[in-house]
Design a protein around this ligand. Structure first.
Ligand code: BDR
Ligand code: CA
Length: 309
């Protein structure tokens, strides 16, 4: 059983990733969920995490983290996720206690006390994770890997070159990629292939209470995706969870990855050493393809498990 901490900024795709992780109790033991300002302000994404965990009746502890990137002001994504950061379903009736408002020390204590290695699943800007690694380097020996959604080999979504999670805090992302820890990078190369079709979304309607919330999340998210040129809806963050559940769904290549922190057009770009004979040592498994149908089936099955609880 893999022990994980999920650092996130819910976020429609974060919410679906949380649901899927919490449904798969045979494979994943979720030690904590932590939040990071990203898709919306820290207050809003933390409220969304409280609502999702409350909806699921989860007893997983929740800690809120940093409200801004290491260097720059926070830049949210209301165009993708709405004013609440998770527009669509009405979840305000659910609440879940906040165990801590210091995600960095909370993660540190959990990792040091855990009875085995811990995997970090990072679904938002990497500020909390970078601070954890820099403040408490002793945790590195106890972190098995970091499975993150972020970056892209040949294009971005916040800018032509930079993906949102990396663009929001490139300095933090640089710290994480340079940490020496094993990294699985689910960037846009794979996550934009991890799409759910409108028919598949409609298939969730009327199946059960959690599937219904997923349906409402995906209705909003797929519609907001139209402005970015998508017909079907990529579920970016879910890739970082599903890789842990079933790596055989994915194809990837080991590469050296680093992050541009300079000002200018390339800020937030993740660049890889893709030369036929790379000169830089690989530090990440960069996912490049996914079995789309298997990916969606995993989500649908996870929601059915949650519906039956
Ligand atoms: C990433 O940005 C956020 O809007 C999503 O939640 C995902 O983590 C995709 O670029
Ligand atoms: Ca996210």
């Amino acid at each position: 059983m893999r022990q994980v901490i999920i650092d996130c900024d819910p976020g429609h795709d974060d919410a679906l990733a949380l649901m899927t992780a919490l449904a798969n109790t045979d494979e994943l033991r979720v030690l904590a969920v932590t939040t990071i300002g990203g898709n919306q302000t820290l207050a809003k994404v933390t409220a969304n995490a409280r609502h999702i965990l409350g909806l699921l009746g989860s007893d997983v502890p929740l800690a809120s983290g940093q409200d801004r990137p290491l260097v720059k002001p926070l830049r949210c994504a209301p165009e993708a996720h709405g004013d609440s950061g998770m527009d669509g379903p009405a979840l305000s009736g659910y609440d879940h206690p906040l165990a801590s408002d210091n995600a960095v020390t909370f993660m540190h204590d959990l990792i040091m006390d855990a009875d085995g290695p811990v995997t970090i699943v990072a679904l938002g800007p990497l500020t909390n994770v970078a601070l954890l690694l820099r403040t408490f380097p002793e945790v590195k020996d106890r972190i098995e890997m970091i499975s993150l959604m972020g970056g892209g080999i040949d294009h971005g979504n916040s800018t032509p070159l930079a993906e949102f999670n990396i663009y929001v805090d490139p300095e933090a992302a640089h710290i994480v990629f340079a940490s020496g820890l094993p990294i699985v990078m689910a960037g846009l190369d794979v996550t934009e292939r991890a799409q759910i079709t409108l028919d598949e979304i409609d298939g969730l309607h009327g199946r059960g209470p959690i599937s219904e919330v997923a349906y409402e999340l995906l209705r909003f998210y797929s519609e907001s995706g139209h402005q970015f040129g998508f017909v079907d809806s990529p579920i970016h963050d879910l890739c970082a969870v599903e890789y842990l559940l079933d790596p055989s769904l994915f194809h990837g290549e080991r590469r050296h990855v680093d992050v541009v922190t300079d000002e200018g057009a390339a800020r937030g770009l993740t660049f890889v050493d893709a030369r036929p004979k790379p000169a830089l040592p690989d530090n990440a498994l960069v996912l490049t393809d996914v079995d789309r149908e298997g990916f969606v089936a995993r989500l649908v099955d996870a929601l059915a498990v949650l519906d039956a609880r």
